[in-house]
Every structure is written in C-alpha cells, then in structure tokens.
Design a binder for this molecule. Structure first.
Ligand code: SF4
Length: 218
C-alpha cells in the first residue's frame, strides 16, 4: 500500500507540480480560512479574507473587539455567515482565555492533544481541526475531504471502515509522518478532484488512469 500511495503522489506531483498550500499570509489567517471554507468555494473565502484585511481586523485582538454582527457582514461572501462569525468569535475568545491569544503556545502541544483541544470548540470538525494542525501548526496529520474520498474510492482503495478516520488511517498508517508530504499530497488531491476526477470524471486525461480500476468504466 505504501508503494501505491507514493506512486499516486508522484504521478499527481508530476502532473500538477507543487501547490504551495495553504494560500495565506500567516498561521492565524490559515485558521480563519479553514473555518470560512466550510461548505464554501475558495473564491468566496478569498473575498471574505479580503474584507477582513481591508477592515484591518485579521488578528486575535481586533476580532475580540469586533461585534459579531459586523464580523458576520464581513464574512458574508462565504455563506452561513452568522454561524461562521460565531465560530470565529468562539475560537478567538477561547484562544485569548486559554492561551493568552498566543498561537505558539497552542501549537506547542503534540498532534493528538492539539486535535483534542480543537475538536472541543464549537463548529470545529475533523476536517477543519486537521487543516489547522497541518497548515497552520505545520504538524503531520492527513486531511480528509470530499475530493480525497472520491478519488480514493474510485482508485479502489477505500477503507473497510468508511469514515473520516478510516480514510485518514489509510494514509497515516502507510506513509511516513512527514508534514511536507501530507501538505503537498492533500493539496494535489484537491487539485485533481477539482480539475480531473470531478463528479463526471475526465479519465481520458488523467495521470492516474493506469492505476485506476474505474478508468475504463468512465
Ligand atoms: S482515471 Fe478517472 S476515476 Fe480514476 S482517478 Fe482518474 S479521473 Fe478519477
């Protein structure tokens, strides 16, 4: 399995080249983006982040001061803006109280404790927590999303336990715990899921076709 997963990775990397994720100027911006991207297209997240930067409130202290209604207006482009504003407020209030607003102190935890801490917060599910751990804290954990599930399933590698943890185990049990590898691999899967292994798959131009049992059927 290790060999197969690495072959998939290298084929994707040859095809798409490095993706340079996460597109953000700071770990804090990664966290805000990870919350905003829930059920939202990235282009809309960019608009919301732009609004936050233009208003100069993309920091823990500024977001603590900002009324939640105004925050909701700024993140409106992402949809579910009232809920997302509340999630962001909850996060910064918790960070201020538990860690004096210091991300370095939060990120000093090991992966499992950090994950437990994040999953206790309202509105932070597994994908969001793992995105924060991988792309903001820069620690090795594999992020699973809908693109990854679809590609893995079509490649005939879906785990027996069809759950977030089942898919995550597939990668984490068979690959070295390498943050740079997990970063690039997930970014490449997202690119592949958006451009080629779409709902209607474009198998005729797919770099994974020689490995894929679904290729002939599509
Ligand atoms: S061959 Fe088709 S189904 Fe298989 S990974 Fe490529 S695009 Fe997806």
């Amino acid at each position: 399995m290790t060999e197969k997963l690495l072959e998939i990775y290298h084929r994707l990397l040859d095809c798409y080249r490095p993706q340079h994720w996460w597109p953000a100027d700071s770990p804090f911006e990664v966290i805000i983006g990870a919350i905003l991207t829930q059920s939202a297209a990235w282009s809309n997240v960019e608009k919301a982040i732009h609004n936050l930067k233009a208003r100069d409130v993309l920091s823990v202290q500024a977001l603590l001061q900002l009324p939640v209604e105004e925050l909701a207006r700024l993140v409106y482009p992402c949809g579910y803006y009232h809920a997302k504003a509340r999630k962001i407020k909850s996060f910064v209030e918790w960070l201020a109280k538990a860690y004096a607003g210091d991300l370095t102190a939060l990120f000093a935890h090991d992966v499992s404790l950090l994950r437990r801490e994040l999953l206790l917060l309202p509105g932070i599910g597994e994908e969001t927590a793992d995105s924060i751990i991988l792309y903001a804290a820069r620690k090795p954990i594999f992020v699973i999303d809908a693109y990854t599930r679809r590609i893995v399933r079509r490649l005939g590698l879906a785990p027996d336990v069809y759950s977030y943890g089942g898919f995550q185990d597939l990668f984490m049990r068979h690959l070295p715990p390498d943050e740079a590898l997990f970063n690039e691999y997930h970014a490449l899967l997202v690119r592949h899921g958006k451009e080629t292994c779409r709902k209607t798959a474009l198998c005729e131009r797919c770099c994974l076709a020689p490995l894929c049992p679904a290729a002939g059927a599509r």
